[in-house]
Design a protein. Sequence first.
Length: 202
Amino acid sequence: MKNTTKLTLRQNRTAAIVQQVKTSAAQWDEERETLALQIIAAFFDTELGDGIGFYEANAIDDYMPYEERYAARQQDERVLWERNLAAAPPQRVSCGNGYAAAFSPSAALSFMDGAGRRFALPCYMLWALQDNPMTSDALMSHLQDSGFYEGLNLNAEEQAALYAFIRFMRQQAFAGDEDDIFDGYTAAEQQFLTAYPQVQAA
């Protein structure tokens, strides 16, 4: 009974995430949905833990002192990463002392640690599947940087999902004659396989 309840909760959470992504997508098809389900399954239990989330990352970007950075950190979701999907940038929350922390995905990745990037990664991939240029461009840029993978600590399922995403985005760019994006994801694939060479071998 307990396992059945857990499975039902997992299925309901997955369905809610897919519906949320589909509703806000510029376009959607079976291939995108299959990839979205792979991403959700791979990162389903990923939590932020003590990592740096969106609000704290933007406080760092704003050169905020410890008190404001700590207050911003308290605003970060740490368990259910999909709650960040619905946050509309540039949403701001008051952190006291006149400082309002921003939710700004386009800048946040640069200031997250490995745990933060891992927790945020499913959101960025799902945003990209929605054809959100602000977040997908930021992700593509970071995926080309070897530093992005330092401390990321993806497990095998997460690695496979990220690799599938990169290859999908590269294929879409090729089909759409988007040379800059195709080149970007080609470079991202090369950098990914440098970090995780066992994925291609598998």
